[in-house]
Design a protein around this ligand. Structure first.
Ligand code: SF4
Ligand code: SF4
Length: 322
């Protein structure tokens, strides 16, 4: 076995353990990694109304470094933040995938989709139509909605990454102007037959994104049954438990030892952050056991209340401590 294959096996093992997959799936995980590296099973990452946080979280993955993603070794052929191509070179990639991989490509959506006022609040690329601008004839911008109308029917499945894509998220606040709508609802309206899986969080943990992608590929290749989703179309294994149930400050909660003032500093005494607006009791995610930033810590671990960012409408329920 060559050095490269060894590395791939090690990586497959790491992914399988982080995603809690059984050992008998290791060959399939490895097979998919090889496919990724060979540039097969293409995915197109489209951004609507977003802050790019979901792309950044993906680059924090300990399974793929930005080099893997940026040099096209991963199947992610179009990703506006890390790809080298620009202009027509970039949009031609989408057109090629659409023609050559009909029915087999994945669409990853980041951000909400504007549906107000001709859907023109979010555009990339150009159409063949023209318009007058400052006494000149120029091509019209292509709306993201228009791209989705073309891309979704030929997609094998859609991954809605982040709360903006899954539920509308922050762009839906005061959204009367842009008509921000969840990507999940837009996909459903375009083609209700295309399966959509949500990966929620603002942003989601990189393991949740990579893990859902791997599960999806194992499923479409029939190595595994359909992924078990919850009522919000998320992979159950990442979002089943409540943050509160696994929190390291649960003992403080039970003992009613609450922090009530940020200036009340007491070293070596854990206090529950419920009174400071912690949303852990109503938020489903495995943050306390998975941990963030290369599995080192998480919000409550660094003295910040859980913001409930994996749940719908979290942006309107953010803690407002006194
Ligand atoms: S879900 Fe959060 S991190 Fe992701 S694009 Fe929206 S605002 Fe940014
Ligand atoms: S800090 Fe939050 S998640 Fe932890 S025990 Fe208190 S309320 Fe629950």
């Amino acid at each position: 076995m060559g050095k490269g294959e060894n590395t791939q096996l090690e990586r497959a093992k790491l992914i399988a353990s982080h995603l809690r997959l059984s050992d008998d799936l290791l060959p399939h995980v490895r097979e998919h990694l090889n496919e990724f590296m060979a540039g097969k099973a293409p995915a197109v990452w489209i951004q609507g109304q977003n802050c790019t946080g979901c792309s950044v979280t993906l680059m924090n993955s300990d399974h793929f470094n930005p080099g893997d993603l940026g040099f096209g070794k991963l199947s992610l052929r179009y990703q506006p933040d890390i790809m080298a191509a620009s202009g027509y070179q970039a949009t031609d990639i989408i057109e090629e995938i659409e023609k050559e991989w009909k029915g087999k490509y994945l669409v990853v959506l980041e951000g909400a989709i504007p549906t107000g006022d001709g859907e023109e609040f979010c555009t990339f690329g150009l159409t063949e139509d023209t318009k007058q601008l400052m006494n000149r004839t120029v091509p019209c911008d292509r709306t993201i909605f228009d791209w989705l109308v073309e891309l979704i029917p030929g997609a094998e499945a859609v991954l809605a990454v982040g709360n903006c894509a899954a539920f509308g998220g922050i762009p839906t606040m005061e959204s009367k102007v842009t008509g921000a709508t969840s990507a999940t609802d837009v996909v459903e309206a375009i083609d209700s037959e295309t399966p959509v899986i949500n990966v929620t969080g603002c942003p989601p943990h990189p393991d949740w994104i990579i893990g859902t992608l791997i599960e999806l590929l194992l499923w479409v290749d029939e190595h595994r049954e359909a992924p078990v989703l919850d009522d919000k179309k998320r992979l159950k294994k990442f979002y089943e438990s409540k943050v509160h149930d696994n929190c390291e400050r649960r003992a403080a909660f039970e003992a009613k030892r609450f922090l009530k003032d940020w200036n009340d500093v007491r070293e070596n005494e854990d206090r529950c952050l419920l009174m400071m607006g912690c949303r852990g009791p109503v938020t489903h995610a495995d943050c306390p056991t998975r941990l963030w930033n290369y599995h080192t810590s998480w919000c409550v671990g660094v003295n910040a209340p859980c913001h409930g960012c994996a749940e719908p409408d979290f942006q309107n329920k953010l803690p407002h401590p006194k």
